[in-house]
Structures are given as C-alpha cells and as structure tokens.
Design a protein around this ligand. Structure first.
Ligand SMILES: Cc1cc2nc3c(=O)[nH]c(=O)nc-3n(C[C@H](O)[C@H](O)[C@H](O)COP(=O)(O)OP(=O)(O)OC[C@H]3O[C@@H](n4cnc5c(N)ncnc54)[C@H](O)[C@@H]3O)c2cc1C
Ligand SMILES: *[C@@H]1O[C@H](CO)[C@@H](O)[C@H](O)[C@H]1NC(C)=O
Ligand SMILES: *[C@@H]1O[C@H](CO)[C@@H](O)[C@H](O)[C@H]1NC(C)=O
Ligand SMILES: *[C@@H]1O[C@H](CO)[C@@H](O)[C@H](O)[C@H]1NC(C)=O
Ligand SMILES: *[C@@H]1O[C@H](CO)[C@@H](O)[C@H](O)[C@H]1NC(C)=O
Ligand SMILES: *[C@@H]1O[C@H](CO)[C@@H](O)[C@H](O)[C@H]1NC(C)=O
Ligand SMILES: *[C@@H]1O[C@H](CO)[C@@H](O)[C@H](O)[C@H]1NC(C)=O
Ligand SMILES: *[C@@H]1O[C@H](CO)[C@@H](O)[C@H](O)[C@H]1NC(C)=O
Ligand SMILES: *[C@@H]1O[C@H](CO)[C@@H](O)[C@H](O)[C@H]1NC(C)=O
Ligand SMILES: *[C@@H]1O[C@H](CO)[C@@H](O)[C@H](O)[C@H]1NC(C)=O
Length: 513
C-alpha cells in the first residue's frame, strides 16, 4: 500500500529508440476472428468466452494498467497445457491474431491483449510442485504454471525453506521471466531467467516441447529475454534457492528529504557503496506531482540475513521515514508490503533507459524528470517519477555463470542503473500529453548521459515502452541475428512475429497502440 502510494506520486518517462517502431494495434478483421473463435469453441466448448459473459469481463480486465483493457473477439481459457497447444494450432490454421496474458502487469497497450483476435488467458495453468533431487536438472526446483503471481511462489517455497529469483512486487506475473527479470537476489543469481532449468512451450505448430540446456540449447538461450517471440510458455521449472530470514520492508521519505535520498543512493551505487554487498538490494523510487509540486520517494529494502541494521543499507535506513517500516522477517512478508500494486484503478505507462553508475547519475535522472514535468505537465492531474534500479557487476557475472541469456551484457561495462520512468493518470484524453512527457524526458536524459559519457546502450524489456525496441539492444546488437535464426527454426512461418503482438525481432514488426 505504502509503496503504491509512493509510485502514485512518482512517474515515468520514456526512451526513444533511433528507429521508430510500428505503432498500430495488431488485429484481425471481425469475420476472421469469428471463424477462429467458432473453431475454438467447437474444439473446447467450456474454455472459450465471448463479450457479455462474466468470464470474458474478468479476463479482459485482468490488467494492472487500465489502458491495456481491450476487447478481444473471444478469450480462450485452456484447462491444460495440451488444450492450449492444440488451441494454438487452431488459431494458426485460421491465420488469426492472438496473444497470451499471464500476470497482466505489462503496461504496454496491445501486447498482452488486443482488439478483435483471440486472447489466451493462462489462468487455469496454475500448478505448483516442488521437485526434489535427484532429478535430471541436478537441483531442487519448482514446477509452476504461468498463471502464478510472485507472492504465491514465495509463500509456497517458504514452507520448505526455499525461495527463487523472481519478481519484487507481489502481484506481478510469470512473464517477468521472459524479459530476464530483476530480482532482489540478482547480485548473486543473475537475472531471474538465469534460474529457469526448463520451459514447457507450445510452439506455433501445436507441439508441446520441453526446452532446457540439453534438449534445445538455442531456444533455451533465446527464451531468457526473448519475450513472446517463440511460443506460449505452459510451465516454468525454477531452481529453488535456500533462504532464511531477511532484513527488509517498504518505506517512504519526506518531500524535503529527496536530496538526502538522492545522495544516499549515489553513495550506494558508487565504488565501495552498499550495492557491492551482494546480500543487499533496494527498489527505490522518486516521484513528483506536477499538480502539488511535492516529491514522494521511498524504497523497498531486502537484505539476505538476520542483521537488524545492515551497514550496506545504513545511509538509506538512516533517513527519517514518513511511513512504512523495516525489520528482520520472512521474505514473503516483505514482498507483501508491495501489495498496493495490485490496484487496477488507473492508466499507467513505463519507458526505460540506462545510465552508468557515477557521481552525477542520480541528480541527472531526477533533474530531467522534474524539468520536463514542470514544462509539459504543469497543473496536470497525474503522477510521474522514476525507479532507478542498480545493476551490479556481480549480477552480470552471475548471469554468465548461470548459463547466459539473450540479454548478454558485459560485466566489464557495469555497474549501471536502469532508469524506469513511469506515469499514472486517470483521464484517457491525457494519453498524448503523458507520452509527450515520457519521450521528452527519455530524450533529455539520453542526450545528457551521452554528453557526459555515461549512456548505457541497453533497454530493459520488462520496463520498456511502446515506442522502444529493447531486443535490438541485447548483446549490444549481437543477439538479434541469433534470435532470428532461432525463430526460423522453431517458428518457420513467423507466426509469433506476424500474428502475435509484442516486442518483436525487428522494430518494423512491433505492435501496440
Ligand atoms: C508494479 C510492477 C512491478 C514490477 N516489478 C518488476 C520487477 O521487480 N522485476 C522485473 O524484472 N520486472 C518488473 N516489472 C515488469 C514486469 O516483469 C513485466 O511487465 C512482465 O511482462 C509482467 O509479467 P506478467 O505475466 O504480469 O505480464 P503480462 O502482461 O501477462 O504479459 C507480458 C508479456 O508477455 C506475454 N505473455 C504472457 N504470458 C505468456 C506466456 N505464458 N507465454 C508467452 N508469452 C506470454 C504477453 O503477451 C506480453 O507480451 C514490474 C511491473 C509492474 C507493473
Ligand atoms: C468461468 O468458466 C469456468 C469454466 O467453464 C466456470 O467453471 C466458471 O464458473 C466461470 N466463471 C465465471 C466467473 O463465469
Ligand atoms: C494472414 O493474414 C495476414 C494479415 O493479417 C495476411 O497479410 C497474410 O497474407 C495471411 N496469410 C495467409 C497464409 O493467409
Ligand atoms: C515465516 O515462515 C516460516 C516458514 O515457512 C513459518 O513457519 C512462519 O509462520 C512464518 N512467519 C510469519 C510471521 O509469517
Ligand atoms: C541467502 O544467504 C544464505 C547464506 O549465505 C545462502 O545460503 C542463500 O543461498 C542465500 N539465499 C539467496 C536467495 O540468495
Ligand atoms: C522538512 O519539512 C519539515 C516540516 O514539514 C521540517 O520539520 C523539516 O525540518 C524539514 N527538513 C528539511 C531538511 O528542510
Ligand atoms: C523536491 O526535491 C528536490 C530535489 O531534492 C528539491 O530541490 C525540492 O525542494 C523538493 N521539493 C519539495 C516541495 O520538497
Ligand atoms: C555512505 O555514504 C558515505 C558518504 O557519502 C559513503 O562514503 C559511503 O560509501 C556510503 N556507504 C555505503 C555502504 O553505501
Ligand atoms: C485527480 O483525479 C482523480 C480521479 O479522477 C480524482 O479522484 C482526484 O480528485 C483528482 N485530483 C484533483 C486535484 O483534481
Ligand atoms: C513442431 O516443431 C518442433 C520443433 O521444430 C518439432 O520438434 C515438432 O516435431 C514439430 N511438430 C509437428 C507436429 O510438426
């Protein structure tokens, strides 16, 4: 609740890519959609829902961001992975546009839902089983259907003394893994996706296959960052990691203590700062209300261990708090303090960029957010801000050590921060103005960062906005040709490129609206 309040008074801007991706809603025409929905209904009579029914309404609005609530021609809610795979082959036969929704937290309109076409809701794929060693992956792991929210995973694993590297906010869903995934434990375990030991995937040809380092190393690599470009995931097998108590909590700080916070985070990300302690993680945020002129900032803390006052976090924990608390407790209890993010009462937007960790970084990121908000959004009933997320050298090393991924960043070029600029508002007529602010802020930050030699040329897909092209930045450009080759092999007709919206393997193929 507290953190939600904090984000409400913050906001977000956007990174503009050099190319201009397609900005259209991918949709089929009504008769094509009708034909496909009829075929699905015939094959799966109790798993297809049309407008006007309760299941349709629940599923079509199961999105965090109201701007993502669209009107699919019908919604397919498969009972099993096999049903889902067979359903995909029906959709492919009819050449209809379709997309999948799991946790519904991606705030990009037209990615996890669509107008006309078919939305596949993974709701019933909700298995959770702990599989002990010995097993083929040589590690205890969790078999989990894609319907999960991270809070459920953490509570489930905690009973056995485990956790996994996953999302930091309770209500976010499994597709976090498809964009890599930033976890509170990333400095030790890399991206969340580096801890997937196997994926079960429904391919465009209707086959259901297991994808792991032995069975399909190329696709296994591609799925770690490659988003919705290869198939629909019907199960994730996630390495279980031991965890006891943690120090943590969620707090907010006073408007006039914002500079103290910016200074404390600056020290945290610089050499010798707290980020170098692999046990420590923060999910900080500075927000601003162009209506009231007030700042609102705060953070979530997580420190692995029972130290009640970790040195690594002390510069931040010593700032007087205006709400929230921290203590030594269960990890799931800390994550529960982020539950306000489940609210679905407004429009949201994310845009992202990245900047090297350096003395001017934090002040620069605040300055441009504030300046563009005062110019473009003065007096507007919206909240804007940025979540500035530290990425450590050890995180990038752990990603490589745990098998690598399509994101493929070089530890020698770290540390840096992901700057996630966000906005939230109510009135849809403000959409163009908000987008203007997002693009202007990202452009100003990137120009300034480049001038100072601090620009980091990569965009985090999980935090990217509709006009951005995150996959083109993977491996500093080297991953894209390899990802296209994997796509040709497992989806020779390019169904997941042409018929499924999202961040695609080429900006000309992106869609969103
Ligand atoms: C409040 C909040 C907090 C966040 N915190 C974090 C964080 O701590 N770390 C982090 O890394 N990211 C974070 N994110 C970003 C988040 O990881 C992404 O938005 C992610 O896509 C959400 O997954 P989802 O399942 O909830 O999304 P959805 O909206 O359901 O799906 C996102 C994308 O994946 C596709 N998709 C959905 N299900 C499947 C499937 N089964 N198979 C194939 N494709 C599928 C969709 O079509 C869409 O393109 C956060 C986002 C929000 C809004
Ligand atoms: C949704 O559909 C399922 C399966 O047909 C049914 O059991 C359930 O009652 C429906 N839920 C709602 C809210 O209509
Ligand atoms: C599939 O539909 C697209 C438009 O949505 C069209 O361009 C394409 O030619 C169609 N393909 C086939 C094989 O019918
Ligand atoms: C913390 O987790 C342990 C292990 O699952 C459990 O026994 C205990 O009840 C939890 N404590 C709280 C306060 O939830
Ligand atoms: C937490 O720390 C303990 C002790 O160092 C370690 O064994 C465990 O793997 C860590 N857990 C995570 C999730 O990193
Ligand atoms: C911040 O404002 C409060 C009153 O709202 C005041 O008590 C405090 O001294 C101020 N702090 C700073 C650093 O100016
Ligand atoms: C908001 O924070 C900025 C940066 O530290 C500071 O200059 C400004 O005075 C703060 N505004 C208010 C109203 O506290
Ligand atoms: C705390 O801040 C001081 C002063 O800026 C800095 O020297 C120190 O490295 C910081 N400590 C940590 C653990 O970040
Ligand atoms: C901003 O909009 C919200 C939602 O419509 C409304 O509740 C709130 O009162 C508005 N604030 C102002 C200051 O107008
Ligand atoms: C679908 O493609 C996969 C991967 O290329 C292949 O293993 C499988 O046999 C194909 N299935 C069908 C039914 O052609």
């Amino acid at each position: 609740m507290i953190f939600f309040k904090l984000m409400l008074l913050g906001s977000l801007a956007g990174a503009v890519s050099s190319r201009d991706p397609r900005s259209v809603c991918l949709k089929s025409d009504t008769s094509q959609t009708h034909t496909a929905c009829s075929a699905l209904l015939h094959a799966f009579p109790r798993q297809v829902f049309f407008p006007g029914t309760e299941n349709y309404t629940v599923e079509s609005t199961a999105f965090w961001d109201q701007a993502a609530w669209l009107q699919p021609g019908c919604i397919f809610q498969p009972f099993t992975a096999h049903n889902l795979a067979q359903g995909v082959s029906e959709l492919v036969k009819r050449n209809v546009t379709f997309t999948a929704r799991s946790g519904g937290h991606m705030p990009v309109t037209g990615h996890a839902s669509l107008d006309n076409g078919v939305m596949v809701a993974t709701t019933h794929l909700n298995e959770k089983t702990l599989v002990r060693t010995p097993n083929p992956y040589g590690a205890d792991y969790l078999r989990a259907g894609p319907a999960f929210r991270w809070e459920e995973v953490y509570s489930f694993l905690e009973q056995y003394g485990f956790t996994t590297a996953g999302g930091r906010v309770s209500s976010v869903g499994s597709s976090l893994l498809l964009g890599g995934g930033l976890s509170y434990f990333s400095s030790v375990h890399g991206w969340a996706a580096n801890n997937v030991v196997n994926y079960e995937v429904a391919l465009a040809n209707g086959s259901l296959i297991n994808v792991n380092a032995k069975s399909a190393p190329d696709l296994f690599w591609a799925l770690k960052g490659g988003s919705s470009n290869f198939g629909i995931i019907t199960r994730y097998d996630l390495r279980a990691i031991p965890l006891g108590k943690v120090f943590g909590g969620t707090v907010t700080w006073a408007s006039n203590d914002t500079q103290r916070y910016l200074d404390a985070q600056t020290a945290f990300i610089l050499p010798g700062g707290g980020a170098e302690d692999d046990r420590a993680a923060i999910m900080p945020n500075f927000g601003y209300s162009p209506l009231t002129g007030q700042n609102n900032s705060g953070t979530v803390f997580v420190f692995n261990g029972s130290d009640p006052n970790p040195e690594a976090l002390r510069n931040l924990t010593s700032i007087p708090i205006t709400s929230g608390s921290f203590s030594v407790q269960n990890f799931s209890s800390v994550v529960a303090t982020t539950s306000g993010y489940a609210a679905r009462d407004r429009r949201w937007s994310f845009y992202v960029t990245a900047v090297k960790s350096a003395p001017p970084t934090m002040n620069m990121l605040y300055h441009h957010m504030r300046m563009q908000a005062d110019i473009i959004l003065s007096g507007v009933n919206a909240t804007v801000g940025a979540a500035v997320q530290p990425i450590t050298v050890n995180h990038l090393k752990a990603a490589q050590k745990n098998g690598g991924d399509a994101i493929d960043l070089d530890p020698a070029q770290g540390p840096f921060v992901i700057a996630l600029y966000y906005a939230n508002w109510y009135d849809s007529t403000l959409d163009p103005l908000i987008k203007k602010w997002e693009l202007a802020t990202i452009a100003a930050v990137e120009k300034d960062a480049k001038a100072r030699g601090l620009y980091y040329p990569w965009k985090f897909l999980n935090d990217a906005g509709q006009a951005q092209d995150p996959i083109a930045t993977y491996g500093y450009g080297k991953s894209l040709p390899r990802l296209r080759a994997v796509s040709k092999r497992y989806d020779p007709k390019g169904i997941f490129q042409k018929n499924v919206p999202g961040f695609k393997l080429g900006s000309e193929l992106h869609s969103g609206c």
